[in-house]
Structure formats: C-alpha cells, structure tokens
Design a protein around this ligand. Structure first.
Ligand SMILES: Nc1ncnc2c1ncn2[C@@H]1O[C@H](COP(=O)(O)OP(=O)(O)OP(=O)(O)O)[C@@H](O)[C@H]1O
Length: 669
C-alpha cells in the first residue's frame, strides 16, 4: 500500500480521508464515484423537466431575503432567443456576478418557461461540457479536492497498479486493462468509458473473490482430515427410530454430510434450509455418526435459549443411546463449569451443546472431531476459527435458516460445499399471514381471545428499535403490562427481552413451553430457532421495521406442527414500499423467494450478515444484478487454479492472491 502522505495535503484532510476509510493511495483510486453529472445542452421533454442551457441575462436581478434564506430571480435568453424567468434559492453570493449581458450555464428544472435553478455556473456551457464524477464524501472534504487527490494518486501509481486478471482472460472477455478501467471510472469522457470500466472492475472483483475462495478450498482439500469410520447399521437404526420419516432433502443432506465425515478431506459444509424445514434432526444424525466413529462433537448456538432448546431436543433424540450430552453456557456456576471442563477433557462427554462458551480457552476437548454452528451469521470468522482449532482436523458444518438459491449460494460461499433443504415435513400448513393497518392490538383482539379460549398460545413481538436494547425492553415491558392488565387473571403474560439475565430468559421460555404462560411478549430474542408447538399465533408490532427474512424467521416460530397457525403483521406505516413488502409476506411462504426479494431490496450485507461471516462487500459489483459475471468469474477461477496446481501456471498471479490473503487474514485458515 502506498503512503497517503504523498498527497501532500493538510492534516485535517488526512483525518477526513480516514473517516472515509481511505488510508492509502490505492484506497483513493478504489473510491469510485457513486454517480455522474452529465452536462450537455438539455431541454425539457414530456417525461422530464430537466434543463441545462447556456443563456445571457437580460434583466436586473431581484433579490429577497427571509432571515438567512434568499431568493433571486432574473430573466435570461438562450441562443434560440427564447426567454426564461430564472429563480434560484440561497445563492445570494452569486449576485455580484449576475450582471446584465453575462453569459452563464443554468442547471435546473423548467416548467412553462420558468426555471428553478439548482446550480448556476458563470461559465459558457462549452467549458463545462462532459461527464462529472460525484463522490460520496464526508464533511470537511469537497468534490474538487477529492478529484485532485485522485489525479495525484494516479500520477504516483501509474505503471504500478496491480491487476488480478491474467492477460489471457482480458483478451478472452475483451476487457480493457486495469489502469484504463480505473482512469475511466474517475475521468470518463463518454458513457461508454464508464461501461467499459465497470465491465472490467466488476469482473476483477468477482474473479479475485472466487480465486481466493477456490484457493482456500484447494488448500483445505490438501490437508488431510480424519476419515471417520463407523457402523452404518447402527446409524440406520438411529434414523429408523426417529419419531418421523425424514423428508427427501433431509435424507440427501444427511448423505452428503456422512460422505464428508467418511472422507479423508475435512468437511466444510453449509447446510441451508427454510425455517422449520428440520435442520436440527439432520445435525443430530451427523453428530451421532461422529460419535459412532469415536469422536466428540460440539453444537454451537447463537443464544442461550436456543442452546438450551437444542440440548433438550438432542437429549430426546439420543435417549435410547449411550451418548452423553452436556449443555455449556455462560450462566453455569464456576463449579459446574470446571466440572464440565474436566469431563470434556477426559472424553466423558460425547456431545457438548452451548453458546460462545464452547470455545473459551479453558475448554479442552479430548478428541473433538466435528463442530456444527447454528445461524452462521451470528458468529465472527475469528470465533469459528477458535472453536475449530480446539480439535486437530475438525469437520465443520454451518447451518443457516436464511436460504438462498443453490446457484447463488455456491457462488457466494465459494469455499464451502452447500447442502439445501427445500422440502418441508409433510402436513405443514402455511402460516396464514395478515397485514393489519394498525399500531394497536384492537383490530385483532377478537381473534386473539378466541384462539386463547381454545387453549392456544401466542407470541407478541415488540417493535424493533435500532441500536437500543433499553428502549426495546421498555416498550416490551409496557406492552406486557397492558396485556396482563387486560387479561387479568384469565391468562398469564410473560416478558422476554435482551436486557434480562440468561437464567430469567430461560425460566420464562420454560414456562411458555409448559403452557404456564399463554402470551409471550418478546423482542426479537425469539427470532431464531425457538420451537413451541402449541404456540400458533404471532402478532408483530411495527412490522415494517423488520427485514423480510427476519419476519419470515419470526413467523417460522409458529406453525411448526400440524396445526393451522396465524401471523398478524401490524403496521401503521403509510410508505408504499413498506406496505408492498408486508403484502408480499401475506402471499409468500417460501424462505428462498423471500430472501431473494429481501436481497434485492437490502443487499447481501444486511440479509446474510456479510460483515460478520467474512463474505466480502463488493465495491462495484452486485451479486444479484451481476450474477452472470459472477458465474463466469467462478468458472475462470477454477480453470486458473487448476492450471496453477497441475501445471504450475499463473504462479506470479497466484502469489498476488496469497499476498492479498495475508493482508486480509479473514480467509487464512
Ligand atoms: N421429517 C419430518 N417430519 C415431521 N416433522 C419434522 C421432520 N423434521 C423435522 N420435523 C419437526 O419440524 C420442526 C422444525 O424442525 P427444526 O427445529 O429442526 O427446524 P429448523 O430447520 O431447525 O428450523 P429453524 O430454522 O426454524 O430453527 C420440529 O418440531 C421438528 O420436530
């Protein structure tokens, strides 16, 4: 990386650049314009009232002040001798230049020969003609200054810009070279310059990502894992003794995971399935196989509630076996923890279920062979590595309930194998979902009362408050109090929020599970995985504040058995887009479809949690819109790596990838 100080600017400006995450000359060049202003003579048409003209002032300027605000107006004439009245707000400093006969360029909107100008430049149009990049900048920076920095960065880096696309592929796809691409993205002369620049930059971004992922995968494949052998008859018996017949996709996923366990290559698999599609049972079969092979297994959940629930489910699945299971969470006493650590280190425990506590320093496994994490996006890459390093050659399975189409998953999680559960267990009825235009319970009180009267239980999800668990908790408490007051001694209302102690949460969840509580008022702490079969109604306050995948997750808490379930999405929002999203939830019950819609609206970073999971955020490319480029880049990356491994080709090029891998240690194993 080249020293940013070569820009020779002020300390203050360096600080502003730093807040823009720009700390090297390369960063300056990689800060692309987010849009372009195109300046050319433009007259309004039926669809657009935009106007850009060169004109001459033909009247004195009138100016009105209201406090610090101002409005100026004057008459102009263009070169067709057409006259316009021009108004511009808050630019009184221009007044001194606005003299009779001055020629200038006016940019704005025009209706009935009246222009409301957004900008006036005291220059002829010919001097402004062209495409002007507009950068996203922070306070203390100007567009002009930033453009100067880009120019300087170019002068310094000319001839030294590293390309991640081999020449052969530049020719194959008829791309321009990187230096030209970067130059054109910052200083385009035509629209085509921008197009060609983007073609290169998007391809390079994807190719580099795919090369990195594939390279890591190859490295991993070269490391030998443990080829686990076990009695398949015993595994079969276990599957037959399950309380239900596995769905086709569950069977396929199990087969894929078992093959991985048997193989001498380390497993690095991503198991994605819709909410309630039955991933837990798949993980338990896999854990059993690992146990039969003589190894310990660990199942890591994002919350204590979920860990406790997985623990209870596994205890149930394994009750007829000799498997010894333990629950390790932060809320155990020191004594209990120490006792557990002892047992784990002597292999007196076969399967440990828990939260982050599973990979604390003190936990030493006698022979850890398999790790499963639930809801991958809740864990950082570092944490996953820490747990994996607890065993020598640990197989690794990541489960996620935000499923995306297989082709996209394979490309996005390039270094992982992907198993997908699409089919739902038989007898599942889609949750009847209704968007209710209201901010209170009133319109659905009758339904709620009727439902409680037949012995059902209900979740009430409180508004999401960005970045404030405290306000969220307060709102949840108020709603719970109001509901308890309304139902007096008839029904019990429980309260669950992020600021409660883990034991308290656990107690409330157990009471709800046992139907000692009929209405559970909660923040999104119940979002993932909670499974209470008798609770088949959910009311979500301010539903417009949630992402669609999140609403689907929440809704997935009900309808987990064969009973008909209901979900009410309450919202008083008048935003057309918000209403459209909620109506979409009424119609769609397919997590794959919903996540795609959500990805389009909010982007992968928000939906899949890129930041934590180590997925890159692409600068110019868009995984959905540019998916065809991503696919091509993936195939090219495979060829390049293959050539590198078998014929020693692209050596210099792969060294570059290794260097960049080191810089970005997220990907290093
Ligand atoms: N093949 C099956 N037939 C019938 N019921 C099943 C089957 N597989 C799982 N189930 C039941 O479906 C429910 C959901 O299963 P599970 O909790 O494993 O789902 P999940 O995929 O982990 O969902 P979530 O992402 O919501 O946690 C459970 O109550 C489970 O007992």
């Amino acid at each position: 990386m080249t020293d940013i100080k070569l820009l020779k600017t002020t300390e203050k400006r360096y600080q502003v650049l730093e807040t823009m995450n720009i700390t090297s000359l390369e960063d300056v060049l990689n800060h692309y314009p987010y849009r372009y202003d195109i300046i050319e003579e433009t007259y309004p048409n039926d669809e657009d009232d935009k106007i850009i003209i060169e004109a001459t002032i033909i009247s004195p300027t009138k100016i009105f002040f209201k406090g610090k605000m101002s409005r100026m107006s004057f008459m102009v004439e263009d070169h067709y001798l057409h006259q316009y009245q021009v108004t511009i707000f808050n630019r009184h400093f221009l007044r001194q230049y606005l003299k009779m006969s001055t020629t200038m360029t006016i940019i704005g909107r025009c209706q009935n020969d009246k222009i409301t100008a957004t900008d006036i430049k005291i220059k002829p149009l010919s001097e402004l003609y062209g495409i002007h990049p507009i950068y996203s900048i922070k306070e203390g920076m100007t567009q002009k200054a930033f453009q100067q920095y880009v120019k300087k960065a170019f002068q310094h880096l000319k001839g030294q810009i590293i390309s991640y696309v081999p020449e052969e592929y530049i020719i194959k796809h008829q791309l321009i070279h990187k230096e030209s691409a970067l130059y054109n993205i910052h200083f385009p002369e035509t629209q085509n310059d921008i197009k060609q620049a983007l073609r290169y930059l998007k391809y390079e971004e994807f190719l580099k990502f795919q090369l990195t992922m594939q390279f890591i995968k190859q490295q991993r494949n070269q490391e030998t894992g443990i080829a686990k052998s076990f009695d398949t008859m015993k595994l079969q018996d276990f599957i037959l003794a399950l309380p239900y017949q596995l769905t086709k996709d569950q069977q396929t996923s199990i087969k894929e995971i078992i093959e991985d366990l048997k193989s001498s290559q380390m497993m690095y698999r991503f198991l994605q399935g819709d909410v309630g599609s039955g991933k837990t049972v798949v993980s338990s079969v896999a854990l059993y196989a690992n146990y039969l092979a003589g190894y310990q297994g660990a199942l890591m959940a994002p919350t204590e509630i979920l860990a406790a629930q997985h623990y209870a489910t596994l205890c149930d699945f394994f009750k007829a076996t000799d498997v010894k299971i333990a629950l390790l969470t932060g809320s155990l006493s020191m004594k209990e923890k120490n006792q557990l650590y002892e047992e784990i280190s002597h292999h007196e425990i076969d399967i440990v279920v828990g939260t982050h506590a599973l990979f604390q320093k003190k936990v030493e496994y006698a022979s850890l062979g398999f790790v499963i994490t639930d809801e991958q996006h809740r864990f950082g890459v570092e944490q996953r590595k820490a747990l994996k390093n607890k065993g020598k050659q640990v197989d690794f399975l990541i489960m996620s309930a935000t499923p995306i189409p297989r082709t996209l998953a394979i490309s996005m999680y390039g270094d992982m194998d992907v198993s997908t559960i699409k089919t739902m267990p038989v007898g599942r009825k889609p949750v009847i979902t209704k968007y209710i235009k209201s901010s209170s319970m009133k319109p659905i009180l009758k339904q709620l009362k009727d439902y409680l009267a037949i012995g059902g239980q209900c979740y009430v999800i409180c508004p999401l408050v960005e970045d404030s668990e405290a306000i969220e908790a307060k709102s949840a408490s108020q709603i719970a109090a109001a509901m308890q007051n309304y139902f007096k001694n008839q029904y019990q209302v429980g309260l669950l929020h992020g600021q409660m102690k883990d034991e308290e949460k656990e107690k409330i969840m157990q009471a709800f599970q046992k139907n000692e509580i009929q209405i559970l008022v909660s923040t999104t702490v119940v979002e993932v995985g909670v499974d209470v079969k008798n609770a088949n109604m959910m009311v979500i306050y301010n539903a417009e504040r949630f992402g669609m995948s999140q609403l689907h997750q929440l809704r997935g808490r009900v309808g987990r058995g064969s009973q008909q379930a209901y979900c009410y999405l309450m919202s008083s929002s008048t935003s057309k887009e918000a209403i459209e999203r909620l109506k979409y939830m009424e119609k769609s019950h397919d997590g794959f479809e919903i996540s795609m819609y959500d990805l389009q609206m909010r982007g992968p970073g928000e939906v899949l949690g890129n930041k934590q999971s180590g997925l890159p955020t692409f600068l110019v490319a868009d995984v959905l819109k540019d998916f065809p480029i991503l696919s091509v880049a993936r195939e090219d990356a495979m060829k390049i790596i293959d050539d590198y491994l078998h014929q020693g080709g692209y050596l210099h090029f792969m060294n570059q990838i290794k260097e960049s891998l080191k810089e970005n240690n997220q990907y290093v194993d």
